[in-house]
Write a protein that binds this ligand. Structure first.
Ligand code: ADP
Ligand code: MG
Length: 456
């Protein structure tokens, strides 16, 4: 297997075992430069990434690589030029991290790469509609006909990997297609916060605000990231109001509904709730098969229906994971010159499926956290309120919420029949502490690592 295919296949695997934000942060632009004496050399963007990869992530990477080449026993990282983003579809939307304004002024340069952060591959044409996303899709479509007046803001929420970014960018792409002069900003809330801080530090805040106030459409992806960031929320609120008053369209996505975003200012929450709120749920089997077939078509991969059904029924509901599995099938078939059949797909994916079924369960989270803090599971489930028990209990609740996406009532029942408001309070508390307290950050990282190690 050549290095590129080897790394691509390994990335497909790694993507399934690290949170999406981590994956984008650390793995975007990386490449494999050589494999020698059992050591794989990975080219990363900076020393920080090198440290992180070699320290925290080595085991996950080695496991993924060794599945393709069992001789690989260790990794080392070298700082080098990042790989230029490819045009070919990638499972992860690396481009979505950039902002840009698409303005008519930029037009003379259109022979250069598109100056917009909108990824042109996210369109309505390749977005499959099922009962899980019908409402969000209908709202999105109607917005493209009546920008700013019909549903404003449009707030789309749903778990990760279910198509929010795709849908939001499809709106942006459709607007640009209809009228290339429309000014659009697509930005993740995380990036918005970083750019805001930069603007404050560089004393360019006035320009920053002006840029936002001149646009026709503002798309903020993953707005939950601004929760707890007061300054960011404040600026966002003012930008939001200016645009709203001018009947400019605002579209927001989040992994949860506004009322569940911890430490979101009430004035923002009520603004969000003032427009249209649409959720994206879990796609059913039929829709998952249709999505896989669409993705296979985009890659010119002939995927028989029984093979698509096998993938859709074994990999689960998360579309990003389905795509990861399909990418793996495509890479291996490509490399070994195989035509994907039910048998080949089964052979390729069964190790992954077996691994998935041994994934972290709520029970595992409780046990692992108890072990880490040296407390008993019974104490966690009990009514005891000593700090030594409350703290691990709060971590458990937070991890169940963030990593396993359990609902608040579900978490309450896993943790000894507690009320959902107690759980919500605990999750918010940890979330707040994580922003300020290094020790809490380190504890969480250690716990997540322990949990991840038990799953491989
Ligand atoms: P989210 O932003 O909700 O985490 P994404 O929009 O990044 O999810 O979706 C993950 C992947 O799944 C993307 O490659 C996207 O194209 C694909 N996807 C999700 N839903 C659909 C759909 N309904 N039709 C086609 N592709 C989809
Ligand atoms: Mg997204």
């Amino acid at each position: 297997m050549d290095l590129e295919t080897l790394w691509k296949t390994a990335l497909g695997e790694i993507e399934l075992s690290v949170p999406p934000a981590e994956f984008i942060t650390w793995f975007k632009g990386t490449s494999l430069s050589q494999v020698k004496d059992g050591c794989a050399t990975i080219v990363v963007a900076n020393n920080f990434a090198k440290e992180w990869m070699e320290g925290r992530c080595a085991k996950t990477i080695v496991t993924a690589l060794a599945k393709q080449d069992p001789q690989i026993k260790t990794i080392c990282c070298r700082v080098g030029a990042p790989k230029v983003a490819e045009n070919k579809p990638r499972p992860i939307d690396a481009l979505s991290k950039n902002t840009s304004v698409s303005t008519s002024k930029l037009k003379p340069f259109q022979h250069k790469p598109r100056p917009t952060a909108l990824n042109p591959r996210y369109t309505f044409a390749n977005f499959i509609v099922g009962s899980h996303n019908e409402l969000a899709h209908a709202a999105a479509r109607s917005i493209t006909d009546e920008l700013g007046t019909l549903y404003n803001p449009l707030f789309v929420y749903g778990h990760v990997g279910l198509g929010k970014t795709h849908l939001l960018q499809a709106i942006g792409n459709e607007i640009i297609r209809k009228d290339p002069d429309k000014k659009i900003i697509y930005i993740s809330a995380e990036k918005f916060a970083t750019e805001l801080i930069d603007a404050i530090q560089n004393k360019t805040i006035a320009d920053f605000k002006r840029m936002y106030q001149q646009i026709d459409l503002l798309i903020i992806d993953d707005v939950q990231f601004i929760s707890g960031k007061e300054k960011t929320q404040d600026e966002f609120f003012h930008i939001f109001n200016t645009l709203y008053q001018k009947n400019k369209q605002i579209i927001i996505s989040s992994d949860r509904p506004p009322q569940e975003i911890a430490t979101l200012e009430d004035r923002l929450r009520s603004r969000f709730e003032g427009g249209m709120i649409a959720d994206i749920g879990q796609p059913d089997l039929e829709t998952r098969v249709a999505i896989l077939q669409q993705k296979a078509k985009e890659r010119n991969l002939l995927l028989p229906e029984d093979a698509a059904i096998y993938i859709a029924s074994h990999i689960g509901n998360n579309v990003r994971e389905l795509e990861g599995a399909l990418n793996k099938v495509a890479a291996i078939c490509d490399f070994q010159n195989l035509t994907p059949s039910l048998k080949t797909v089964e052979d390729i994916l069964s190790p992954l499926i077996n691994q998935k079924t041994s994934r972290v369960t709520p029970q595992k989270v409780i046990e692992t956290v108890c072990e880490h803090f040296n407390v008993s599971v019974n104490d966690i489930l009990s009514k005891k309120r000593q700090q030594s028990i409350v703290r691990p209990r709060q971590f458990i609740m937070y991890i169940l919420r963030e990593q396993l996406s359990c609902s608040y009532p579900e978490i309450g029942s896993h943790c000894g029949g507690r009320d959902h408001t107690t759980v919500m309070h605990a999750c918010r508390k940890v979330e707040k502490q994580l922003q300020a307290d290094r020790e809490v950050q380190e504890t969480l990282t250690a716990l997540l690592e322990k949990l991840r190690f038990t799953t491989v």
